[in-house]
Structure formats: structure tokens, C-alpha cells
Write a protein that binds this ligand. Structure first.
Ligand code: ADP
Ligand code: SF4
Ligand code: MG
Length: 382
């Protein structure tokens, strides 16, 4: 991996960790801490600037969602966390990331191999890409267990059966003998999850794990993941394009757009009262928020071409509230719940308003954050 921009070593910019954990000095170490990460892919005639200063943190046992349209940088963020992007195919141009307190960018490849699976395991949208189609499930699962736990064959097989049972796979013995193609999509995803949990990782990174499944199976797999994670104290970084899934599943959410975080906060608060016009656009597109018989609201326009990322607000071209002020890039800043602005003509704040007295856990990158109102109604007065 090349890292021309040396990772910065100053203290994290967010500084609200103790609050999120509810204690001043007792905040435990994050399992994943991404700080101001900028990353690009060199392409013919330039570079795709996939991440432009992403900061994100996952605390032990927490389920953290990353949501945004396709192309917003969610998978790149997830892959970067485990350094799974194609070696030599990308450049880190700023910031850094830590897994269980240790620097991912500085770690040797041997170290990364140890950390993958043990510190953080990953499950993907299509388990067939991760499972070996030519080997039985049992061989694959016991292979992982034996590699990480020094188990004998028999012991590994017993453990593998127990892991499958934990994932509510009805006939573990038969499943262990099966090849991946013999299983349904939902069962394959359960096998992947069993494999991911097999090394008791501190963090599970799940990149659209249920997108390919039908709604009922999706709900079952999500409930199971959540249940097992809670039971074991495993944190989850959950990548999805679906706000409905975030609402069912995540404690905390980061909304990503064009390689940046535009809004973050506890899921309930972000979904009940989105402050960024993009977040509200995503929520307005949910079927359950549409009036009966009405078309789903789609955000007009498309995500920017990241070979030429916007200079000002990343959402400028698609935002109904854009004005001259928005030609400057807004910082992701803490926001007091009462603070409003969208469509009200409020002047953009001149400086980050952290420390105005009411320090919020919510952060928003917008010069004119939406007023606090239930989603679907905010901005009507504008
Ligand atoms: N290997 C790559 N080479 C060039 N561009 C890439 C590569 N991987 C991802 N990108 C680009 O990075 C941006 C973010 O992609 P990604 O993280 O996959 O989006 P998401 O997961 O949110 O749909 C997109 O513009 C995508 O085209
Ligand atoms: S900064 Fe301006 S363009 Fe960007 S989301 Fe806010 S109102 Fe819209
Ligand atoms: Mg993706």
C-alpha cells in the first residue's frame, strides 16, 4: 500500500467519546477509529477521490450503520478498515485508522492477516464470492477454526456444528457436508456469519449482507446477527443503502455522500429528525413514508463524478436549499437540537459551533441544517 500523505497523529477531532459512553474518563478504546481518512484510486488521466476526510468510530459492542447511495464510499471505507483494497491500486492521501487501538496503515501484512478474522471479520453481500465453491462448508469452517484456534479435527468439527446451530441453521450436520451452491442465499449468508463469528472478533464488518435476500429472510438474518453480536459483545459496522435496515438494526448511524460523512448521530434521533437535506431525501424515499398510492420520493440528480469531486458542499447540485454560502464546503460540526436554518434564511455559521454550551452528539455538514421536525414535514414552512 502506498501512503504518501503520512497519517496524522493528533488527538481525534470528534472528542465526544466520553459522552457517548456516558462517563468522563472511563471511555473504552474504540474497536475501529477512522480519522479524517482521504483515499483515492489512480485512474487514467487522474484519480477517483473515493474518500475525502471520513471520520468514524465504532465502540465495543455497538452496531454502527453507514448509509448512503451507491458510490458514496461505504465499501471503500469498510475495505480500508481491514486493508483489503487492491495493494498498489490506491493511495491514502490523509488521515489514518486504528483497529483495536493499533495503526492499520503502519501494520505489516503478516500483522494484518492475524487481525483479519480475530480483531475484525467481514461479511459481504454475496457469500459466494467469499466461500470456496469447490469445498464443503464443513471443510471451510473447520479450516478457519483450526487456523485460528489450534483445534484438532474432531473438536473443530464440533465447534463448527455449534456455530451453525447458533446461526439457527436447522440441520448443521447436513450443512457441514454441503457445498455452497447447495444452500439457499439466506443459508449461505448464515454460514458466512458463522464463519465470521468463529474467531470471536471484536468487530464484524457487514457490507450489504442482506441486500440480495428477500425481505423476510433479510429480517431473520438481521435479527440473528444482532442477537449474536449482543450476546458476544461483538461490535458491528453495518454498511447499507437502505434506511429501513438502519432503523431496524443500528444504534448509531453515519450518512455518507460523495466520500464524506454528511450527518451522524444516534439512529433514533437522526431518523426522527434528520438535519441534513440528503438524510431527509433518503428517508423520504422509504415506502412507509409515502402517502398511499403516491410515487416514492426520489432525490433528483445523481452522485457526483468522484474524479472531479465538488469543491463546495458535496450535495450542492441536488439540494433544494443550496445558496451562495454552500459554494464553501461545510465542516461536519456538532449541532444543538434547537439550532435550525434550512429554508429559513439563517446566516451560515462563521465557525464550527462546537462548545456553544449544548454540545450535541449529532453532527451535520450543512450550512443550513433542517429544523427539528419529524421527517416528511421538515422544511414545509420554507
Ligand atoms: N478499485 C477501484 N478503482 C477505482 N475506483 C474505485 C474502486 N473502488 C471503488 N471506486 C470508486 O470509489 C467510489 C466509492 O465506491 P464504493 O465505496 O464502492 O461505494 P459504495 O459502497 O458506497 O456504493 C466510487 O466512485 C467507486 O467508483
Ligand atoms: S450546505 Fe447548502 S447545499 Fe449543502 S446540504 Fe446544506 S443547504 Fe444543501
Ligand atoms: Mg458498496
Amino acid at each position: 500500500m502506498s501512503a504518501p500523505g503520512r497519517p496524522k497523529r493528533e488527538t481525534p477531532p470528534w472528542g465526544d467519546g466520553a459522552q457517548r459512553q456516558g462517563g468522563a474518563m472511563s471511555a473504552p478504546e474504540p474497536v475501529l477509529e477512522i480519522r479524517d481518512l482521504s483515499l483515492e484510486f489512480p485512474v487514467f488521466g487522474g484519480a477517483v477521490r473515493a474518500l475525502g476526510g471520513v471520520s468514524l468510530r465504532v465502540m465495543p459492542g455497538e452496531i454502527v450503520g453507514v448509509v448512503g447511495e451507491s458510490g458514496s464510499g461505504k465499501s471503500v471505507t469498510a475495505m480500508a478498515a481491514l486493508r483489503l483494497l487492491p495493494p498498489g491500486g490506491y493511495r491514502v492521501t490523509g488521515g489514518g485508522l486504528r483497529l483495536c487501538g493499533e495503526d492499520v496503515l503502519a501494520a505489516s501484512e503478516a500483522r494484518m492477516r492475524q487481525w483479519r478474522g480475530r480483531r475484525a471479520a467481514m461479511i459481504f453481500q454475496e457469500p459466494m464470492t467469499a466461500l470456496n465453491p469447490t469445498r464443503r462448508i464443513g471443510d471451510q469452517l473447520t479450516g478457519v477454526l483450526r487456523a485460528h484456534h489450534r483445534l484438532g479435527r474432531r473438536e473443530a468439527l464440533e465447534r463448527a456444528g455449534a456455530l451453525l446451530r447458533d446461526m439457527m441453521i436447522p440441520d448443521p450436520v447436513r450443512t457441514l457436508r454441503a457445498y455452497p451452491f447447495e444452500l439457499s442465499g439466506g443459508m449461505r449468508q448464515r454460514v458466512m456469519a458463522a464463519m465470521a463469528f468463529s474467531c470471536d472478533p471484536a468487530l464484524l464488518i457487514a457490507d450489504e449482507p442482506t441486500t440480495a435476500l428477500d425481505v423476510t429472510v433479510q429480517r431473520q438474518v438481521l435479527q440473528l446477527l444482532r442477537h449474536r453480536a449482543r450476546e458476544r459483545g461483538t461490535a458491528i459496522l453495518f454498511i447499507t443503502h437502505d434506511m429501513a435496515v438502519v432503523s431496524q438494526f443500528c444504534d448509531w448511524v453515519y450518512v455518507m455522500y460523495a466520500g464524506t460523512v454528511v450527518e451522524q448521530g444516534p439512529t433514533g434521533r437522526v431518523l426522527d429528525a434528520p438535519r441534513h437535506p440528503y438524510t431527509r431525501g433518503l428517508l423520504d424515499g422509504l415506502p412507509e413514508r409515502a402517502a398511499p398510492g403516491a410515487d416514492l420520493a426520489a432525490i433528483p440528480g445523481r452522485v457526483p463524478d468522484m474524479r472531479r469531486p465538488p469543491q463546495g458542499c458535496v450535495f450542492f447540485d441536488r439540494c433544494a436549499f443550496a445558496d451562495e454560502a454552500c459554494r464553501r464546503r461545510p465542516e461536519l460540526r456538532s449541532l444543538a437540537d434547537g439550532e435550525s436554518g434550512a429554508g429559513t434564511g439563517a446566516a451560515p455559521p462563521s465557525a464550527p459551533e462546537i462548545g456553544l454550551g449544548i454540545v450535541s452528539e449529532r453532527r451535520v455538514a450543512c450550512w443550513h441544517p433542517l429544523a427539528v421536525e419529524p421527517a416528511g414535514r421538515a422544511g414545509e414552512e420554507a
